[in-house]
Write a protein that binds this ligand. Structure first.
Ligand code: G3P
Ligand code: CA
Length: 321
């Protein structure tokens, strides 16, 4: 798909501006990224919005504005709010709900009076189309219809909503600069085989212990046989970076796996997540060292990063873009 290793702006340039704010996406554009990453979820009235979590509490002032609209776990879920209500919320830097403190303390101030807002998928694609035109670029969209099984349990179909909006903006086939990513194999198969969606599809690989997709055997995917199976329906994989290099902790020698090799042997691209200059694995001392290991030594085809400008600088210094 790409002629050089790519840089995917994870939730925008979220190392610098609140995740999934349009401002952060515009900053990523200015940095010259290859793709802007989006997560999409649905509102009560079935409008796709760009948001990572199913609940709104870690990123907005929903608790102040709608204190009586929580579920049993004390959280406010986007599927319980109309788009009109979502539009009333202020978006801010991510906070840790257990401590109330910023998740990444060195980033945009979580307590700033300035409030951003949650974009709809249409609004964000409109901005990307506009910027591609005005800046004479062809920056792509790398989108995750979030929580397909969760949305089903709420009587909603996130894949149809997302694929339909993508089609409205001309993202219909492999010629379009658009990738779809999912943690759920059945969701990719559904979009590809039932919906006949022709876009580039990436199987995200999580850990079996994560709550995101109960029942999916990711450990089974991390084998040659598992890669055979994934290659039947996906064009690429998006593994957790620890599945390519397992961090033994405390600076101990890491374990290098053969996952990149296995995926490449089967014709799949490899785009690991998530590279954060302010949350380095223990086996490196700098972000550049980490990029050197993944881009150069392991030969990945791209990375999801919160700090896309640093990855672009690195690749330019190496003559890799
Ligand atoms: O989507 C790419 C990768 O970062 C997956 O993790 O939780 O950020 O959607 P998440
Ligand atoms: Ca994502």
């Amino acid at each position: 798909m790409n002629t050089h290793p790519i840089v995917i702006a994870h939730r925008g340039a979220c190392g610098y501006l609140p995740e999934h704010s349009l401002e952060g996406k515009a900053a990523a554009f200015g940095m010259g990224v290859d793709f802007v990453e989006l997560d999409a979820i649905l509102t009560k009235d079935d409008r796709p919005i760009v948001m990572h979590d199913h609940y709104l509490d870690a990123l907005t002032d929903v608790a102040d504005r709608f204190p009586d609209r929580t579920r049993a776990d004390g959280r406010h879920y986007a599927v319980d709010f109309t788009l009109n209500e979502i539009r009333q919320l202020g978006l801010h830097e991510r906070v840790n709900l257990n401590t109330g403190e910023a998740e990444y303390p060195g980033r945009f101030p979580a307590g700033a009076a300035l409030r951003f807002r949650i974009p709809t998928l249409e609004e964000e694609l409109e901005m990307i189309r506009g910027l591609n035109r005005s800046m004479k670029k062809n920056i792509g969209v790398y989108i995750e219809p979030k929580g397909p099984a969760y949305h089903r349990s709420e009587g909603k179909n996130i894949e149809r909503a997302v694929v339909s909006v993508l089609a409205d903006f001309g993202y219909t086939d492999r010629g379009a600069r658009c990738c779809i990513q999912s943690f759920l194999p059945e969701s990719i198969r559904y979009m590809k085989e039932t919906m006949k969606c022709g876009l580039f599809m990436v199987q995200l690989i999580g850990d079996n212990t994560w709550a995101e997709t109960p029942g999916v055997d990711y450990y089974g995917m991390l084998t040659p046989q598992g890669m055979d199976e994934v290659a039947r329906y996906a064009d690429g994989i998006g593994p957790w970076m620890n599945q390519i290099i397992a961090d033994a902790g405390d600076g101990a020698a890491p374990e290098y796996t053969k996952l990149v090799e296995w995926a490449h042997e089967r014709g799949m691209e490899v785009h690991p997540y998530t590279f954060r200059a302010d949350a380095l694995p223990s086996y490196v001392k700098s972000f550049n060292e980490l990029l050197e290991i993944f881009y150069v030594r392991m030969g990945v085809d791209g990375i999801f990063t919160d700090f896309p400008d640093l990855a672009i600088d690195f690749l330019r210094q190496k003559g890799m873009r």
